[in-house]
Ligand binder design. Sequence first.
Ligand SMILES: Nc1ncnc2c1ncn2[C@@H]1O[C@H](COP(=O)(O)OP(=O)(O)O)[C@@H](O)[C@H]1O
Ligand SMILES: [Mg+2]
Length: 253
Amino acid sequence: MNNIIEAKKIIKEYNIGKGNVQQILKGIDLSIQQGEFISVMGASGSGKSTLLHNISGMDKLTSGTIKFSGKMLSNMSEEELSKLRLKNMGFIFQQSNLLKNLNIFDNIILSAYLSKEESRHTINERATRLMEKMNILEIKDKDITQVSGGQLQRASICRALINKPKILFGDEPTGALNSKLTNEVMDILIDINQLGTTIMLVTHDAKVASKTERVLFMSDGLIIGEIKLDKFNNNNLKERENKLISWLSELSF
Ligand SMILES: Nc1ncnc2c1ncn2[C@@H]1O[C@H](COP(=O)(O)OP(=O)(O)O)[C@@H](O)[C@H]1O
Ligand SMILES: [Mg+2]
């Protein structure tokens, strides 16, 4: 089996003053397989965002090891890490972090231009195709203040995908959306996953998690349980949701 992420005994501590440290991740082992669609649930403050920041190399671990496609992140310089992230990882968040002073199209292509690996023509073509697929081509020249929340989140997904990442990380990407828009975004993510991109989502919405293949549950800096759901199809949604909800209600936390 091919693991895209292999995290071993990861610990993250913060100095909280007066020589005291607070341990936020308490020794987590986590492997994510190439092509998997995985989600992480857990109460607010349990360490979900910290886990995502650390396994993606955005943040530095206190101890433990993380391999991305077999490469050890902890041995890399900041520069190597940011290159690796730019080329291989995409990120989406609850609030879109598109830039205010660029139009939507320029926001989407920016990181691809920065990585200087392809011609601008190739990048522009891919951005146009992505926007078409997400049904937002008509907003390409607009400012981020001129579009709806659902359009903005789809633009953020285009931006995250512009460098054809191997893995897409989402931290509560549907957290600010109503249930109709949440479903739309999840349909898009399912498509992206089915085309081969590995996805890891943090969410506290069981409906969202029930559309992924494996759900982890975090409590107080540890993964205290996980459940595998069947491959997604539109006919087994209710069943998956029920299975997940009954599992969640059995976890003691
Ligand atoms: N930079 C930081 N310094 C100190 N404590 C932090 C920092 N970032 C997060 N924490 C703490 O880590 C814990 C877990 O936070 P987080 O990973 O954001 O949880 P979640 O995403 O599950 O809500 C919280 O108690 C939070 O206050
Ligand atoms: Mg969080």
